[in-house]
Design a protein around this ligand. Sequence first.
Ligand SMILES: Cc1ncc(COP(=O)(O)O)c(C=O)c1O
Length: 408
Amino acid sequence: MTTIISASPIKSSIDDFALFGGTPMFAEALHVGRPNIGNRQTFATLVDGIFDRRWLTNAGQCVKEFERRLADLLGVKHCIAMCNATVGLDITVRALELKGEVIVPSFTFIATAHALKWQQITPVFCDIDAATHNIDPYRVEEIITSRTTGILGVHVWGRACDIDALGEIAQRYKLRLLFDAAHAFACSYKGQMIGGFGDVEVFSFHATKFFNTFEGGAVTTNNDELARKIRLMKNFGFSGYDQVSYLGTNGKMSEISAAMGLTSLESLADFIETNHRNYQQYQESLNGVPHIRLVSFDDNEKLNYQYVVIEIDEQVPVTRDQLMEILHAENVVARRYFYPGCHRMEPYRSDDPNAGSKLPITEELAEHVLALPTGTAVDAEQISAICEAIRFIIANGSEVNERFAAKK
Ligand SMILES: Cc1ncc(COP(=O)(O)O)c(C=O)c1O
């Protein structure tokens, strides 16, 4: 028997881990992105109002109020609520009349790239900055061609892109600049709320986001003409009864989603406080665990702390995927992000099978990050148990690795 360095009050040997025959730490799965639910009474009252008015969608009272409140909060002139961020991106890309090539990171959710491809635009994948995980402005400039019409940045984990540098490049090359702000609701850049940067920003309020409207999203901009166009486009292009002035689609947010949004808004500060507390607990509990670094945030900014992400270094005796497998067996459904990178998924993989050679940092990061459960559905005791389990697995990495080899 190998010596076990015990760091866990729950797991004192490798055999205690469910993957190797033990009992899972948790009876129920702890998911990343388990929804935060606001005050049920607030929601019920809003839904009663919707039923009383018999107005279920199409610019109803809840949607209008939701848009107004968001615009206020974000300090932006226009907020257009959407059925989800993907359609918000689709519409935005069309409204901006992007064509040819648009530069975008591959280290993002597939919807970012799809929104371009859906409009017959080639997403040209750009590598990221290893420190920020966001699109690297230096790399952007290297891949601009005569076909480039825009740059689509993504504020990954809620940490803003280098907006100033991207803005300067966009201006110099006369490119449109837009941001996928799906992760960055209630976050700031240099003290100013995300939402008013570039030509347009697009938020997601999907159930897995810390602030949700079941499904939903919003497009925000300070550009009056663009806002008018996007508003028409999300409603089939209707500019009046029986009058259509654009090619449009159906991107409307429904009243029930807006009611959930208003309910979530009421608890916004609480959700962020819980996320921050959880983040700090992870930070303290994982402090000193070799080979693991928690993705950090600039406390001078407003942040939502909705992602607790660890980066696992090359020298670690257990791989990221082994760690994930062990945690999954414990009912801790930690998630790889954005694995394996858009460029390794279809249709992009077939479009450019060698894209990976131009994206070394993206490839590296996609192999080494793991998101851990947080939000109001996870409590301090659970976080403590998760951290102790991670500490134990890393401390006994070589033995764990041997067990994996023996399992094959
Ligand atoms: C970075 C990013 N972009 C876009 C989306 C798509 O958002 P939605 O699910 O609201 O369409 C997501 C959702 O997970 C995302 O994380």
